[in-house]
Design a protein around this ligand. Sequence first.
Ligand code: FNR
Length: 384
Amino acid sequence: MRLDKLLNTKDFRKAAKRALPAPMFHYLDGGADDEWTLAESTDAFARYRLLPEYLKDLSVVDTSTRVLGAELKSPLILSPTGMNRLFHHEREPAVARAAAKHGLMYSLSTLGTTSMEDVAATSTGPKMYQIYVHKDRGLTMEFVERAKASGYDALCLTVDMVAGGNRERDMRTGFTMPPRLTLSSLGSFITHPKWTFNLLRNSDFRLANVAHRQDALAGGAMGVIGYVNSQFDHSVTWGDAAKVIEAWGGPFAIKGILSPADAVRAHDAGATAVMISNHGGRQLDGAAAPIDCVAPMRDAVGDKMELIVDGGVRRGSHVVKALALGANAVSFGRPYLYALATAGEAGVDRMLGLMTSEIQRSMALSGCASVADCGRHLIMEPGN
Ligand code: FNR
């Protein structure tokens, strides 16, 4: 695979499709129900048209910003994604190292296949740890303490997993975690020998952050949705969130919120930031696109909170639109996972390099010399 031939996120998606057996690719790529929200999250960006302004001094375009207490070279965060071992044997540390190289924040999921200590040991860059509240409540406070001890900059609580999303692609392909050879998936494994060879070389698919408490589950094959439904605590409330935020005592994001009223609740609970997200269209189909929620949320919370647009971001111009509408930064998941599946760390490095230069170019072409310059004046009002 000549990485220099891959020029954008769509190219990486095609390359990932070639690299991964069908159950893995569709788990990565798919969404819930009819996948309307999945498509809408990217399509909605096209409804915002940019009005660039010129003849300003744009000899230096500074894309750096400060989000969740960390200095970032670009307003881009790598969203937490579970089980990266499914996509490449180099797993989470490869992504964390590539993010650090580009000065971006990396987020590790509770459902990662690498422990938070191992990620911290491999990457010096800004890092966030993402929590799901398990029925085993002791785990949450344990995560808080371990993340503090390992030097994570921020913590994030994902709130939109109150039930497993209906992912029909996974049912069709017979996706399991860890992967299992079945009659229906056999052909797909045989036609992807490189991935299958690496499976034989390194087949540790344990959920490294929870394995010590849930050996039986983490070791046995089961659907992700089965795990979510049996292990996550679905009685969590804003009061519980406030306790975790207080115990952490540092920058904290609530991830999975679309409603301005919930953003105000997140602020009242003590959160620093909201990751405006529909979980990449993997949960409630019909949920709004994150980009459509930025302006109303900014109006609701004023300058009191940081807003991060999570989902559907595929181009530098999408980042400029998000900033212009009131976001502090964006985050994405699938683009870096496509790159990981394509070529491990080298793939993620290439993809992040492309994306950060797109952001810089789009800012320059919009007439913005800094992130602060990206204001609502850039967005053409509907009907104009
Ligand atoms: C996710 N996402 C996710 N979110 C989270 O809070 N914890 C998790 O463990 C996961 N796992 C996960 C796995 C995979 C394969 C995907 C694609 C996504 C959601 C993720 O953080 C983010 O919200 C979406 O990926 C954003 O949408 P885009 O950028 O993929 O369009």
